[in-house]
Design a protein around this ligand. Structure first.
Ligand code: HDD
Length: 730
């Protein structure tokens, strides 16, 4: 392709379409074409190998057979060591206004620039074929194809991390991955080795609280936050540095599933999250995320009671509020999963001028690991030439050759300095965009130790616990009981309880009830590791802190919308057509999607003779795939469902998962049959609409729009957790 160049030092123009245009040169489409070998020779028969007689052996000279088979035999590359399962999307990022005051990064300095991006969302622990909805951290990695080169923000959907130093990463991953002897369990932390490690490493405690919370089972990749985790640096044109933490905030709000639902989904639709992302983009409902930053002046480095370099800590938003930066829109699905989503290679060290790293020892470890791991995955240093990884700006250097080299470098000079090549490619001074590392003063002894300022492993875990609603706490306790309930070793269970006790004694006591061991006596004492005391750690002991951070609670920050929510409409022969149409229209006007569910596929006839096409039969779907359920009136239809185990299960399961359910008239009988208990219903023959705990019922004379509006209001709440309390046996 013809490369845009900036030979005269002119900045190249990057716009929203730059990456797509670049990829176009690599796209292939066989439509209307003859099939060929890799060498371009047309093939006239690909169903039989070349043989010595039709019953004889295959001949070595069959170049087509050998090429086809060899290519197939080599189709796989090693999956990622972590984050093996993911889903990607293209889009763009646009700043709201110039951030030039804080950073000289060009893509953040001009609100008219739309920078192309590729995002890959992922689970961490499972292998490539594992389920999407397992309890796990989600990766949220963004590659910005800027005019100054690729910038990668390789984050997660939780703000802290498990460990403080990159050197512990192999241990962490070994412990959480399936056991080495029998390769079980898949994509789950709920086994002895992980909790053995975690309980011996108190620095994991804060992150564990997040992983045990509903954050670890997101409803959608479109409904989760993203965090850069580490403290990075912004550097402006004048060379002034500030500390920065990155946040992504989903425009649809942050929402999760319930554990029972997530587990069932792993069987019913292991592709739930990637399907959701794919379908939303195909429908034109582009996922949107706001980028925001927390900025800390250099002189305030030690103003908190934790160390900014400690990746197991977050900066409470109550201490440093978020500054919105811009919006990312994901508007295009990849053409080819392998070529794009599998081959995309991220690296926290892919930085552009204006953004720099800090001495966070976890980040420092990552700066080594990501490039190294790509060499294992790609078996070549030339992975950056792969279409999805190529920058949209020119690349010129003296790196040469290696497996699968694509670039044809012209000329004789592949070294620096040179005079024969006119000293080209040239060095770029800083004012011409040359990357200059922030000149931080560093001195110290060569020492294998951690700073004492990394010593407090519990305060922020307690902060997280204190900031949750009662429901969120209930879910967290249940998750801890599940995870530790799967641990065979009582000693490990006990040791973890001791860590939880240091977070909050009541929390530990609640978990203990479910796991058959008691909180060990003396759990208050805490050992400190091999820490190095320094002036910074002394200062931090007097630093600012908060006891509660409402910002970390999903429930306290819920965005109430029915947009893109999926509503199941259960019908059989004899349903009320007009009512369905009115409710459907009202739901769609709010941006919700409705699907008609019935025993079998085909058409169902209403009580007034109109037909509706069924979208899914009960055997192919389940209530866990919808955010709400609506059962229209129609005596015949309802009577059929009262005999239909699948329909009854659909409703009672949605009830159990605290979802909005609506019905009218005769349908109220069905709710009772489906064990929707402890709820006030409307009088069947009245004109009333009653909304109680997310169950919306209407008498047969009720106003359909009143009914629809109350149902929509119930859907907007996402879940009705008060129901969980009323369903819990005393
Ligand atoms: Fe990592 C992949 C995020 C710590 C080593 N990591 C990977 C991906 C994400 C993260 C989102 C998937 C990228 C993709 O979609 O291709 N990792 C994080 C975050 C961390 C973190 C937010 C803590 C703040 N990671 C971390 C450490 C190390 C690694 C401490 C090693 C020292 N991570 C890797 C890796 C992976 C990776 C082994 C596997 C595949 C890859 O890099 O490209 O190098």
């Amino acid at each position: 392709m013809e490369e845009k160049d900036n030979k005269q030092g002119m900045p190249i123009k990057v716009d929203e379409n730059s990456k797509n245009q670049q990829l176009e040169d690599f796209r292939e489409n066989g439509h209307g074409q003859y099939m060929t070998t890799d060498q371009g020779i047309r093939i006239n028969h690909t169903d039989d190998s070349l043989k010595a007689g039709s019953r004889g052996p295959t001949l070595l000279e069959d170049f087509h057979f050998r090429e086809k088979m060899t290519h197939f035999d080599h189709e796989r590359m090693p999956e990622r060591a972590v984050h093996a399962r993911g889903a990607g999307a293209h889009g763009y990022f646009q700043p709201y206004e110039s951030m030039a005051k804080y950073t000289k990064a060009k893509f953040l300095s001009d609100p008219s620039i739309k920078t192309p991006v590729f995002v890959r969302f992922s689970t961490v622990v499972g292998s490539r074929g594992s389920a999407d909805t397992v309890r796990d951290v989600r990766g949220f990695a963004t590659k910005f194809y800027t005019e100054e080169g690729n910038y990668d923000l390789v984050g997660n959907n939780m703000p802290p991390f498990f460990i403080q130093d990159g050197i512990k990463f192999p241990d962490l991953v070994h412990a959480i991955k399936p056991d080495p002897d029998n390769e079980m369990p898949q994509a789950s932390a709920a086994h002895d080795t992980f909790w053995d490690f975690a309980s011996l490493m108190p620095e994991t405690t804060h992150m564990l609280m997040w992983v045990l919370s509903d954050r670890a089972i997101p409803r959608s990749f479109r409904m989760m936050q993203g965090f850069g985790v580490h403290t990075f640096r912004f550097i402006n044109e004048a060379g002034k540095s500030r500390f920065v933490k990155f946040h992504w905030r989903p425009m649809l709000g942050t929402h999760s599933m319930v554990w029972d639902e997530a587990q069932k989904m792993a069987g019913k639709d292991p592709d739930w999250l990637r399907r959701d992302l794919w379908e939303a983009i195909e429908m034109g409902e582009y996922p949107e995320f706001e980028l925001a930053v927390q900025l800390v002046e250099e002189e305030d480095e030690f103003m908190f009671d934790f160390d900014l370099l400690d990746a197991t800590k977050l900066i409470p938003e109550e201490l440093v509020p978020l500054t919105p930066v811009g919006k990312m829109v994901l508007n295009r699905n990849p053409d080819n999963f392998f070529a794009e989503t599998e081959q995309v290679a991220f690296h926290p060290g892919n930085l552009v001028p204006g953004i720099d790293v800090t001495n966070d020892p976890l980040l420092q470890g990552r700066l080594f690991s990501y490039l190294d791991t790509q060499l294992n995955r790609f078996n070549s240093t030339n992975f950056s030439e792969i279409p999805v990884n190529r920058p949209v700006c020119p690349v010129h250097n003296h790196q040469r050759d290696g497996f699968m080299r694509q670039t044809i470098n012209k000329g004789k000079t592949n070294y620096w300095p040179n005079s024969l090549g006119n000293g080209c490619p040239m060095m770029a001074p800083e004012h011409m965009g040359g990357y200059v590392h922030h000149m931080e003063k560093v001195e110290g002894h060569k020492i294998r130790a951690r700073s004492e300022s990394f010593n407090d492993h519990y305060s922020q875990a307690t902060l997280f616990w204190n900031s949750l609603t009662e429901t969120e706490k209930d879910h967290l306790v249940a998750a801890a009981q599940f995870e530790l309930g799967k641990v065979a070793s009582k000693e490990v269970r006990r040791r973890q309880l001791a860590n939880f006790h240091r977070v909050d004694p009541q929390f530990a006591a609640l978990v203990a009830v479910g796991i058959g061991v008691e909180v060990p006596i003396g759990a208050d004492s805490e050992s400190t590791g091999n820490y190095e005391a320094n002036a910074a750690s002394q200062q931090m002991k007097k630093g600012k802190s908060v006891k509660e951070s409402p910002a970390v609670s999903m429930e306290k920050n819920k965005i109430e919308t029915a947009k893109s929510r999926k509503v199941a409409i259960l019908i059989e022969e004899g349903f009320e057509y007009n009512e369905v149409m009115q409710v459907k229209e009202a739901l769609e006007a709010e941006g919700a999607h409705v699907k008609i569910i019935s025993k079998f596929l085909g058409k169902r006839m209403s009580s007034t003779g109109q037909e509706l096409e069924v979208d899914s039969s009960h055997v192919t779907t389940a209530s866990i795939m919808y955010d709400a359920v609506y059962i229209p009136d129609g005596e015949k239809s309802i009577r059929t469902m009262m005999q239909l185990g699948d329909a009854l299960h659909f409703i009672s399961e949605a009830f159990k998962h605290a979802k909005a359910i609506a019905t009218s008239g005769y349908g109220i009988n069905l709710l009772e049959r489906a064990f929707v208990l402890g709820i006030n219903f409307a009088d069947q023959n009245s004109g009333n609409v009653v909304s109680h705990s997310g169950i919306v019922t209407a008498g047969s004379d009720a106003d359909a729009s009143d009914f629809a509006n109350k149902f929509i209001a119930a859907i907007k709440k996402h879940r009705h957790w008060d129901r969980e309390k009323s369903m819990t046996p005393a």
